[in-house]
Design a protein around this ligand. Structure first.
Ligand SMILES: [Zn+2]
Length: 238
């Protein structure tokens, strides 16, 4: 009877260890860390794109002002040249050269504006895409964190149920059996007891000697496997 209770205690202990291992591994398996990294990566990417875009928008504004100024200067120059006030040919020629150089400058600025506008449009598309990815990443992280929390709650509930059950179980067992069990469990990776199945120790798969087999029929005897040292249990229903 004591051995059967002890066997059940071992089953509880193995289940408790299994749950503890699951609790320990759950965060890593949940994918929360990866989701955090992904989110951080997207935030970084978004920040960089946004900064570059803002800089380019400022640059564009500056170029547009520059273009306006050139247009204004040309208008002014045009008015002076054709206003009839300037008669000196040399001066007029000089003004014409200035007019030509302003035209060239304007053309250059307009080209720069065009290139920059195209680049800004592309950057805006990119920013929109990264914003979408970031928002998806945030959503995924929240979902994974919630799922992990739920899983941990349920595992902890199961653990405390098993621990209560273990306490009740061990209260039914004599101290000398518990002590023996404790020592053997530490030596045998938690498996202090082994069932006897077809005269074989289920702990190490070695035949049990006929002398020991005889002792197994004495319900109060503690019989150990000569090979692995585990406490042998014969369960009637096996
Ligand atoms: Zn054995």
């Amino acid at each position: 009877m004591q051995l059967k209770l002890l066997w059940e205690l071992q089953e509880l202990d193995l289940a408790i260890n299994d749950i503890k291992r699951k609790i320990e591994n759950a965060p890593q398996l949940s994918g929360v860390e990866e989701a955090k990294e992904y989110k951080a990566e997207k935030e970084r990417e978004y920040g960089e794109l946004e900064e570059k875009l803002n800089n380019d928008r400022k640059k564009l504004k500056k170029l547009e002002l520059q273009e306006q100024k050139i247009t204004g200067d040309r208008q002014e120059l045009n008015d002076s040249m054709y206003g009839g006030k300037v008669k000196n040919i040399k001066e007029l020629e000089q003004m014409q050269r200035r007019m030509d150089s302003l035209a060239e400058e304007k053309k250059k600025v307009e080209e720069e504006i065009l290139v920059l506008m195209e680049s800004i449009e592309e950057q805006e598309d990119n920013l929109e895409r990264v914003e979408r990815e970031l928002s998806e990443g945030r959503q995924t992280l929240v979902e994974k964190e919630n799922r992990l929390e739920e899983e941990l709650n349920s595992l902890n509930r199961e653990l405390s149920r098993l621990q209560d059950e273990r306490e009740q179980q061990s209260a039914k067992i004599d101290q000398q059996y518990l002590d023996k069990y404790q020592v053997l469990a530490e030596k045998c990776q938690g498996k202090a007891l082994a069932k006897v199945e077809n005269d074989i120790c289920s702990g190490c798969r070695v035949f049990i000697s006929s002398a020991q087999r005889g002792h197994l029929y004495n319900p109060s005897a503690m019989v150990y496997c000569e090979n692995c040292g585990r406490l042998l249990v014969r369960l009637d229903n096996h």
